[in-house]
Every structure is written in C-alpha cells, then in structure tokens.
Design a protein around this ligand. Structure first.
Ligand code: ACM
Length: 267
C-alpha cells in the first residue's frame, strides 16, 4: 500500500513541564494517521542552562534501553492508535546525552537518530550524533530522520535519500527563518516527502531570548507545500500522500541520482 496519511504536530511546550507537555502534545495527534511527527525536545522544552539539566531529564530511549516517561508515553500512543510516531527528546547513552529523535511503531519497537549538526549553544549541552543518517522501515515506508538544524546541511537529506528514504521526518525547534523554504529544495533535489514538525512560543532561560517560528509543514517530492501551519497556533497539519508520487526521473534523459557526478565533486 503506497497511500499514507501523515501529520506534523505543532506545540508550545512549557520548559520542564514534562507531564503537561506530553498530555497536550499527544492530545494534538490526529486520529487515523499512519505517521505523525512531533517537534524536537517536545516534552522537556529546548533551552537547557547546562549539560546537567539536560542529563536530568534524558532517557535511555535507544532500542533496548530502559526508557523513561517520554519513551513510555510515546510507546503507548502508537499501540493505542496504530500510528507510527517520531518525536524529539534528550537521550542518555552511557555518559553521553544526545539531542535525539525516536521513532516508535505500533508494535512498540523503536529506532533512534542522534542529531548530527548541533545548533549554537546545543554544542555546550549535547554530544554530537555518532550514528550518521540511517533509513528505517515503518508504516510501509522507508523513513529517514533528521533534526532541525540538519536542514542547513544538504548532506543530511542527500545521505538519507541515497540510503533509500522516501519520507524525511524532521522534528524541529526552528529559530532561523529560512528552513521552511529550504526544505522545499531538499525535497526537490532528493525526491522525498518531508514532514517538519516545529514548535511555537519563546524561551529565555539563559539571557538569550529564543523565538520559535512555527510553520510546521509537509512538502512533496516536487516541492509542493501540501500543508503548512502558521507562526502562532498549536495544531496538526495533515496530508494524504502516495509514495508512488516519488519519481526520480527528472526528464527522459535525467535521473536525480543517476546524473550525479561524484568524480567532479570535491567533498
Ligand atoms: C535548532 O536546531 N533547534 C535550531
């Protein structure tokens, strides 16, 4: 089956209110979706003052790990609804804390991606991702995970597309204004769908005020914005998609990957 209903959920978390943030975010998850993406660090909030604060709420969320309240809630929801969920959380592994996203299938199995490109002060809080960009199968699709600032590095989307991704799941806490437009190009140049789930509101816990831009969206492989939320409201943006719309032939003589010339690139 190549038809799927997918959604991006846009929230306004209250820093530190894990229980309240979880309830509100999971209430916004629309019914009858195959795949739902929630924002980066959606249950904790974003602006940690120091690594110890992040470590205090980080969970062993990787497959086989002990989990925690966020992992548990994210696992219960797909079991009840049949939707696959992707969401951002602080992940603990040995002595490290990563800014990660977790994918949870309805059968309770899960996958983890650790943010490779850390943004600004995140470099003082989190360990950079160490697992690269892998593709996993869920809800009948090949899913690639990236997180927020990864949008600015075309290598992220390209690595996922070359690994066979059909849908990029992109939990975000966007601050810079350019990502919604850039993801249109990421989709066109890789012929993938992308679901960017962002947050709204602001945080100022370190003296630096951060305004989050909302505009969660779903983009098609040809760069059509299928749905986009505004900058002010919580909610869910939903789209019915067909994986058969992923066409890698650009013209009869041009293939989006076959025409690459790695021998001419200096990377
Ligand atoms: C970001 O990567 N959260 C801006």
């Amino acid at each position: 089956m190549s038809s799927l209903t997918i959604a991006a959920v846009q929230t306004q978390p209250v820093f530190g209110d894990i229980r309240g943030n979880l309830v509100r975010a999971l209430d916004l998850v629309p019914a009858d979706c195959d795949l739902v993406v929630l924002p980066e660090l959606f249950a904790t909030g974003y602006q940690f003052r120091d690594p110890a604060e992040a470590a205090a709420v980080a969970e062993e969320a990787a497959p086989g790990g002990a989990g925690g309240p966020i992992t548990t809630a994210l696992t219960a929801k797909p079991a009840a609804t049949g939707s696959t969920l992707v969401a951002g959380l602080a992940e603990k592994s040995a002595d490290h804390v990563y800014n990660s996203s977790i994918l949870v299938r309805p059968d309770g199995s899960r996958e983890i991606y650790r943010k490779v490109h850390l943004f600004d002060r995140e470099k003082e809080i989190f360990q950079p991702g160490d697992r690269g960009f892998g593709v996993v199968t869920a809800c009948g699709a090949r899913i690639g995970m990236m997180i927020c600032f990864d949008w600015l590095f075309p290598e992220a989307g390209r690595s996922l597309a070359l690994a066979g991704a059909q849908i990029l799941c992109h939990p975000s806490n966007l601050i810079l204004p350019w990502c919604p437009a850039a993801m249109v190009t990421r989709c066109q140049e890789n012929r993938v769908f992308a679901v960017t789930a962002n947050r709204i509101g602001s945080e100022c816990r370190t003296g630096q005020s951060l305004e989050f831009i909302g505009m969660s969206q779903i983009v098609s492989p040809l760069g059509d914005v299928l749905t986009r939320l505004d900058r002010e409201s919580e909610g869910a943006a939903t789209a019915a998609i067909d994986l058969a719309d992923i066409v890698q032939q650009v013209t009869p003589r041009n293939h989006i990957f076959g025409d690459r010339r790695p021998d001419q690139y200096r990377l």
